[in-house]
Structure formats: C-alpha cells, structure tokens
Design a protein around this ligand. Structure first.
Ligand code: C5P
Length: 232
C-alpha cells in the first residue's frame, strides 16, 4: 500500500454517507468508518461501502481484556476491511490476542494498527488527567515500540510524530495520522495537528482527514487538494 488520503466518514447514518460518497465520481477514496457510523448501521454498512469499491479503515479502537478483544477481532475478521485498530494502552497481551483473533483460518488478515495517544490529547491533559508524566512524544514512541514488538503493522499517531516513529520502529512500520488541517481551517477539538503538505514532508504513510473534507463547501475539491498536497 502506498501513500494515500483516508476520508473519515463521520456521519450519523447511511443516507448521509452515501450522499457524500456519491459525489466522488472519479477515484474511489479510501474511507474510514468510525464508531458513530458503525454503531448506527452495524456491519452491513461496511459490506455496502466495500461493495462500492472503497478500501476501508475500520476505526473502532478496541480496548478491553485480551480475551474479549480477541473474540471481537475474530468477528471483525469476517468483514473484508483493509485496516483495523485498537488502543496500545490495552497492553502487549491485548495486542497479541487481537492479532490472533483477527487472523483468518487461511492465515490472511487486515492490517492491525494501534492508537498511541489520541491527537486530541495534549501534554497537559495527559499529565493532569492520565497521570502520565513523561513527554508525550516519548509516550507515543514507547507505545509504538510495544505495538511493533506485539507484531502489529503500525500506529495511529499525530502527523508531527510520524518521522520519529519511523526512526524508532522502521520505515515499513505504518504511520496513519489524523489531526490534519489546511492552514486556513479551524482545529476544532484536535491539538497535535499539521497540514497535508507538512505531513508528507514528515513522512506519514496515510493521512486521515475528516471535517476539512466532510464539512467543506466542495468536498471533492477539498479531497483532491489533500491528494495533491500529500501524494503529489
Ligand atoms: O474531523 P477530523 O479531521 O478531526 O477527523 C479525524 C478522525 O480521526 C476522527 O474520525 C477521529 O475519530 C479519528 N482519530 C483521531 N485521533 C486518533 C485516532 C483517530 O482523530 N488518534
């Protein structure tokens, strides 16, 4: 898989999602299905979007005891998605169990990546609320190494951290990075952000873009600008 832009389809239901996807008459974008849409529509929405020819990152961020995550991943493995994820904070035992659950009887499986620290979390909140006193980039690198040691394929992190994750975990370890904003768009609840062009320079493999595309006046134009800036 090469560099690509993944659109976060954070919509409340299938009508809004298909109305949005119908606008894309050229290249079928790689899409991210998150909790909102999945909980509203269930697994059928994944099958329908796949049938329309999109690659899918199923962003359900699992975080529970190893046995529960293993069984949940076994259920998700029957959906033909390209990438699944979980929270690295669930520990190496949970990540290893997740990989086992996700692997199909024929040995194939979707890519599995770990959320390090959410891009909405900053140093202050991490220290004061989570009581993690280390610098946030050290925490991200440590969680990324844990994910790599557990056999995962990459991490979700801030685009600002992608270069360092590659230094620590290797160039082929995937960095999937939300927290993308055009220089003129509002940050919203995101904290550790940058532009598509800067994310490319730093070395993200995939950028995940939600509101800058979904809430744009012309979403196709905004998506194409992301592609031009990030993929070139
Ligand atoms: O609208 P926006 O561009 O902020 O959307 C970013 C998307 O990436 C959201 O769907 C959010 O859930 C997701 N995400 C994130 N930070 C992570 C993991 C996923 O923002 N660490």
């Amino acid at each position: 898989m090469g560099k690509d832009v993944i659109i976060a389809c954070d919509f409340p239901g299938k009508e809004q999602t298909f109305a949005f996807l119908d606008k894309f008459t050229g290249k079928k974008p790689f899409v991210k299905i998150g909790m909102e849409l999945f909980y509203a529509e269930g697994p059928q929405i994944v099958r329908e979007i796949k049938n329309r020819g999109h690659r899918i990152f199923l962003d359900l961020k699992l975080h529970d005891i190893p046995n529960t995550v293993k069984k949940a991943m076994a259920v998700l493995s029957s959906l033909d998605v390209d990438i699944c994820n979980l929270h690295a904070a669930g520990t190496a035992a949970m990540m290893e169990a997740a990989l086992e659950g996700l692997t199909r009887p024929d040995g194939s499986r979707p890519l599995l990546i770990a959320v390090t620290q959410l891009t909405s979390t900053d140093q202050e909140r991490m220290e004061n609320e989570l009581l993690i006193k280390e610098p946030i980039d050290r925490v991200v690198m440590h969680y990324a190494l844990n994910a790599k040691k557990a056999g995962l394929d990459g991490v979700v992190c801030s685009p600002l951290e992608a270069g360092k994750v590659h230094e620590v975990c290797g160039q082929s370890f995937l960095t999937v990075t939300p927290g993308i904003r055009f220089s003129d768009s509002s940050a919203g609840d995101q904290k550790r952000i940058t532009t598509p062009a800067r994310a490319k320079e730093i070395g993200s493999d995939y950028i995940v873009v939600g509101r800058p595309v979904t809430a744009a006046e012309d979403p196709v134009e905004a998506y194409e600008k992301c592609l031009a800036d990030f993929v070139g």
